[in-house]
Design a protein around this ligand. Structure first.
Ligand code: AN7
Length: 366
C-alpha cells in the first residue's frame, strides 16, 4: 500500500518543537509536488522548479503554519483563535479551527479579499468580520484583541506558524537532494520568506540550537533568497511603510509587514534580493503559468515568477542555476483573472449548436 502522508508535524516531528506533538491538529497538509517547469527554464536559462502549494488542503501554503499554530493552541487548551488576513490565512485558520473544535474569528479588509477565500472562511464556520480598513489595520486590531481577551493569535507573528512553514524548505531539499541555488517567492507579510530561510539554514546544519539541530545536516548549502512584492505594496523595497497599498494581487496587498526585519535578514544573509513587480508583470506571469506551464495559481502567487522573469530579462539569472519557486496559492481562489485577456477585455466563450460539424468548424478542424 502506498505511504499515506501524515501532515508536516508528524512527518518532520524530529525537527519541530515537541509541544506541537501533544495534540496535533492536521488535515494532511504538505507533501506538495515540486514540478519541473521547462517553459520557465527555457525563458530564464536556469533549471526551474515550482513548489505547488495550491495542493494543500485549503489551497495555500498557510496550512503548513496553521497545523503548527493550531496544534500548539489545542495543546494549551485554547477555545478561540483570531487572525487578520488578506484571505488565505482566514481560510486556513477557519478549517483547522473546525478540526480542533475551536471558534475562529477572522478580520479581513472590507471588499478586498478574493471570493474563493471568503467562501472558505464562511463554509468552515468562522466568525468573519469585514473591517473598515486594510490588512495592516486588521493585524493591529487582531494583536490587541489577543492581548486583552482570552483569544490566541494565529497570524505569522506567532512563532509556531514559522515552524510549520519552514517545512516547505525541507521538502524542496528532500526532493532535490540538496538546496537549490536560488529560492524565489512572493512577499506580503513576510512570514514565508522568514520561514523558508529558517528551514534552509536548519537543514544545512547551521542552527545547532533549533529542534533537531544535532541531527546530521541534509543540505550542503543554502540558497539565495529572492523575494518579490507588488509595486503598489512594496514597503521593504521602498524602505518605508505604505499607508494605502494597492495591487490586483490582494493576497500581498500589505503595507507594513510584521516580519519586515526578518525578511531583510533573509535577503542579506543569503546574498539575495527583494524587488517589486508591477501588476502587469504579475498578470503576465499568471498567464505564463496557466497557459504554458499548466499550473493555475492566484495572482499573488505569480509575483515570484514575475520577478524571476524580470531578472532573467535583465540578465540577472545565472545560466544553469537550479531555481525553485514557491507558488503559494491555487488559481481557483481568485479565478476571475483567467476570464480577462491581458489587455483587460472579457473572455467570451464561443457558442455553438450541438452538432458535430458546427463544433468541428468552431475548432478549425475542417
Ligand atoms: C497566496 O492570508 O497574509 O509574505 O493574510 O496568500 O508570508 O505574508 C497571505 C499572504 C503570498 C505572502 N502568497 O506571504 C493572509 C496573507 C499568497 C498569500 C503571500 C500570501 P507572506
Amino acid at each position: 500500500m502506498a505511504h499515506q502522508w501524515r501532515g508536516v508535524v508528524a512527518e518532520y516531528a524530529d525537527r519541530l518543537p515537541a509541544h506541537l506533538l501533544e495534540r496535533t491538529v492536521t488535515l494532511g497538509e504538505g507533501g506538495t509536488p515540486l514540478v519541473p517547469a521547462p517553459v520557465l527554464s527555457e525563458r530564464t536559462g536556469a533549471d526551474v522548479y515550482l513548489k505547488v502549494e495550491g495542493m494543500n488542503p485549503t489551497g495555500s501554503f498557510k496550512d503548513r503554519g496553521m497545523t503548527a499554530a493550531m496544534s500548539a493552541a489545542a495543546g494549551r487548551g485554547a477555545k478561540v483563535v483570531v487572525c487578520a488576513s488578506t484571505g488565505n490565512t482566514s481560510a486556513s485558520a477557519a478549517a483547522y479551527a473546525t478540526r480542533a473544535g475551536m471558534i475562529c474569528a477572522v478580520l479581513v479588509p472590507d471588499g478586498k479579499i478574493a471570493m474563493g477565500k471568503l467562501s472558505q472562511a464562511i463554509a468552515h464556520g468562522a466568525r468573519l468580520l469585514q473591517v473598515d480598513g486594510n490588512f495592516d489595520d486588521c493585524l493591529v486590531a487582531a494583536r490587541k484583541l489577543a492581548e486583552s481577551y482570552p483569544v490566541e493569535l494565529v497570524n505569522s507573528v506567532n512563532p509556531d506558524r514559522i515552524e510549520g512553514q519552514k517545512t516547505g524548505a525541507f521538502e524542496i531539499v528532500d526532493a532535490l537532494g540538496d538546496a537549490p541555488d536560488i529560492h524565489v517567492l512572493p512577499v506580503g507579510n513576510a512570514g514565508n520568506i522568514t520561514a523558508y530561510w529558517k528551514g534552509f539554514r536548519e537543514y544545512a546544519g547551521l542552527c545547532p540550537d533549533a529542534p533537531g539541530g544535532s541531527l546530521p545536516a541534509v543540505a550542503t548549502r543554502t540558497p539565495a533568497m529572492w523575494g518579490f512584492q507588488a509595486a503598489g505594496a512594496a514597503p521593504i523595497v521602498l524602505g518605508h511603510p505604505v499607508t494605502e497599498p494597492e495591487t490586483v494581487a490582494t493576497a500581498i496587498r500589505i503595507g507594513n509587514p510584521a516580519s519586515w526585519r526578518q525578511a531583510e535578514e533573509a535577503r542579506d544573509d543569503s546574498g539575495g534580493v527583494i524587488e517589486s513587480v508591477t501588476d502587469d508583470q504579475i498578470l503576465a506571469a499568471h498567464r505564463v503559468l496557466s497557459a504554458e506551464a499548466g499550473v493555475f495559481v492566484e495572482p499573488g502567487s505569480a509575483a515570484g515568477v514575475a520577478g524571476l522573469l524580470s531578472r532573467a530579462e535583465r540578465g540577472l539569472v545565472p545560466a544553469g542555476a537550479r531555481v525553485t519557486v514557491t507558488v503559494t496559492g491555487h488559481g481557483l481562489k481568485d479565478p476571475q483573472w483567467a476570464l480577462r485577456t491581458l489587455d483587460g477585455a472579457d473572455v467570451e466563450p464561443t457558442r455553438v449548436s450541438a452538432d458535430v460539424v458546427s463544433i468541428a468548424d468552431a475548432l478549425d478542424l475542417s
